[in-house]
Design a protein around this ligand. Structure first.
Ligand SMILES: [Cu+2]
Length: 293
């Protein structure tokens, strides 16, 4: 009896040793760069690239910290109860507490308090990221269609461009959305068919693109660089391929890019097909309509 207990004890120790070695190896592999460490501190978020991102990032990190504090408290109480009130010889069932009014009031009020605090900070962050400027210097009308994106740059009043130009993407030829760094862009979102969602992960923001219901938001890109954009609403067979590229560049490069589009004849605004859009207010009714691009 004693012998077999000794053998199984050795086995347990060996397994434990392997498990510890595995965890150490994992930690060594995942904690290699300072970039990874910074991403851990952001609880997995990308490096922020818009001036609205910090409000959303703080909400994300704050919610995680609050959840962990509550989690540690709850786990602590669970383990305390497991150990303190465990079954003992001669004491099979611990004292049962029924109709303990203060306790019931506590566990009714505390969840409301938690939800209330999360609600307050959520609304505050939402108001920040949805705030709009009176006259944003740039407007881009986005059309989402199964399964790509059209970007209309409404720059007819911009003396450096002087025209509305567009980029039409396909699944095999992903469109690139070029944005000026440090300047606010108003996005008007329209859908040609079903509900999509416009999402640039590095901006910490996404907004649904709903047929018949124009949505809009303002964003100011804060960092030059290349980013990914995608559709964040399951919209059919090739939803996963509904991607676009985002390039945040200097204002001069932005204007140069739009002039190049104009010189390639990509002028005018591409609107969603008329049949699919009974939009109560089309973002730009006066713009010219081009089809067959
Ligand atoms: Cu989509």
């Amino acid at each position: 009896m004693r012998y077999s207990a000794g053998v199984s004890g050795m086995r347990v120790r060996r397994h434990l040793g392997r498990a510890v070695a595995g965890v150490v190896a994992m930690a060594a592999l995942t904690s290699c760069s300072s970039e990874t460490a910074a991403q851990w501190r952001r609880f997995g978020l990308l490096e922020p690239a818009s001036d609205q991102a910090p409000a959303m990032g703080n909400l994300w990190v704050g919610a995680w910290i609050a959840s962990l504090v509550i989690g540690v408290l709850v786990w602590g109480l669970i383990f305390y109860a497991i150990i303190r009130y465990r079954r003992r010889p001669g004491n099979e069932v611990p004292r049962q507490t029924k109709y303990h009014l203060p306790m019931e009031i506590l566990y009714t009020l505390v969840p409301f308090l938690i939800i209330g605090v999360l609600f307050f900070f959520t609304i505050r962050a939402q108001n920040t990221v949805l705030a709009k400027e009176d006259a944003p210097p740039h407007t881009i009308n986005v059309v989402a269609q199964k399964w790509s994106w059209t970007f209309n740059y409404m720059e007819q009043d911009n003396p450096d461009v002087g025209a509305t130009v567009h980029t039409v993407g396909t699944m095999s030829d992903l469109p690139t959305l070029v944005l000026p760094v440090g300047e606010t862009v108003r996005f008007n979102l329209a859908s040609a068919d079903v509900i999509h969602s416009f999402w640039i992960p590095a901006f910490y923001f996404k907004l649904d693109v709903i047929p018949g219901h124009p949505n809009s938001f303002d964003v100011t890109p804060s960092k030059i660089g290349d980013y990914d954009g995608k559709c964040a609403e399951l919209c059919g067979t090739y939803h996963a391929n509904m991607l676009f590229k985002v390039k945040v560049v200097s204002v001069d490069d932005y204007n140069a890019h739009l002039k190049k589009l104009a010189s390639e004849g990509k002028t005018g605004e591409i609107l969603p097909p008329a049949a699919a859009t009974h939009l109560p207010s089309t973002p730009t009714a006066s713009a010219t309509k081009e089809e067959g691009e």
